[in-house]
Write a protein that binds this ligand. Structure first.
Ligand code: GN1
Ligand code: MG
Length: 349
């Protein structure tokens, strides 16, 4: 199938080397190399169950690309390649939706953050992205996943999974479920933020793990990638998911929870890097909410993984029995480690 897809872009399959790429849970990604001319691409198949309308993603990417090109031509914006028929999104009968983007020469991505400098650079890039799009009419963006980072809704979905999910899994998970319910003040804090006019709705990336930043050979950030979930949102989503994925020395996949901790120097790097990218554009109320951002996103991910476990892994899938239970517990431990440091971390500005 990949052969037919790549042919639509005028590429000769027999000359290509194709390998799976990255570690995303939702879309399929491949790196495509053409050694005879040195060209490289990233090919993705969009998960159509999750993104019900892939053309909305293409629409958003086009609008943002046009805006940046006009107002900030210096920004490295990666446009999708077009097929021989001129489409930037390909629908392929048997395989769903595909897109192909050029791979930027000399760039690299980082799967697991290695240094606070990398975290600073990544945060700076996400801040810069929001900053450069400050004048973009955010309501023009199409909603690619409704209520994606709506914590109140995620909490309700979690409660529903506890009411209607797999009974034996619910019994086994009762301690985790009880602890998460005790933290529901986080939902109320999030709802209060949404009512507060000092928190602006901005162009928000919503998937700010470190592997969604391109770096140059000196580990300086170049730009952000993977714009599938760019939608109107709050800065807490972008800062919070960076914290979720950069603060601990191990990922959400780690099964040895004793390795999970919160590294202060990475927290500081994210706070300073994001603000630098944002050109000091955050309101005082927003600046005071960095710690809350980490809580919102880690809490939300714990709810999502645990709910998926109780719903028999229908969203994230599972590579082994209890996979999403492990992921959910991992995020619970991370949230506990974060909450223990609240006073210390709130003083880092
Ligand atoms: C999914 O596919 P990936 O890894 O980029 C999810 C994120 C979660 C993440 C957890 C569309 O992202 O929200 O934070 O898994 N994306 C979607 O690993 O649900
Ligand atoms: Mg993604």
């Amino acid at each position: 199938m990949l052969k037919q897809v790549l042919q639509k872009y005028g590429l000769d399959f027999s000359k290509l080397i194709i390998e799976p790429f990255g570690s995303g849970l939702i879309n399929n990604t491949w790196k495509v190399d053409q050694p005879d001319n040195g060209a490289s691409y990233i090919l993705q198949r969009i998960n159509h169950q999750v993104f019900k309308s892939p053309s909305d993603i293409a629409h958003n990417v086009r609008l943002i690309g046009d805006h940046l090109k006009e107002h900030h031509p210096e920004y490295l914006f990666i446009r999708n390649e077009t097929t021989t028929e001129g489409e930037d999104l390909l629908f392929f009968e048997e395989g769903g939706y595909f897109r192909l983007a050029p791979f930027v020469k000399g760039s690299h991505t980082v799967d697991v953050v290695q240094t606070p400098h990398q975290a600073f650079e990544a945060a700076r890039q996400f801040g810069r992205f929001a900053y450069l799009l400050e004048d973009f009419p955010v309501d023009k963006l199409r909603i690619t996943i409704p209520d994606f980072h709506n914590l109140s809704l995620r909490y309700r979905q979690f409660l529903e999974s506890v009411a209607t999910g797999n009974r034996s899994r619910i019994d086994q998970a009762h301690a985790s479920v009880a602890w998460l319910k005790e933290q529901d003040y986080i939902v109320r804090r999030f709802d209060a933020m949404k009512q507060n006019p000092d928190f602006r709705l901005r162009v928000t990336h919503h998937d700010t793990k470190i592997s969604n930043v391109l770096f140059d050979s000196n580990d300086r950030g170049l730009c952000v990638i993977d714009l599938d979930t760019v939608m109107p949102g709050y800065f807490t989503s972008d800062v919070g998911d960076m914290m979720r994925t950069c603060l601990p020395p191990v990922s959400e996949e780690e099964q040895d929870f004793s390795k999970i901790g919160v590294r202060d120097e990475y927290y500081k790097a994210i706070v300073l890097g994001y603000q630098e990218g944002m050109g000091n554009g955050l309101s005082p109320a927003e600046k005071a909410a960095f710690f809350d951002a980490g809580c919102y996103l880690i809490y939300m991910q714990a709810l999502r993984f645990l709910a998926d476990h109780l719903n028999n892994d229908r969203y994230y899938g599972a590579k082994y029995e209890g996979h999403n239970f492990v992921r959910g517990q991992n995020q619970i431990v991370l949230l506990r480690r974060l909450l223990e440091k609240e006073t210390l971390l709130r003083n880092i500005k």
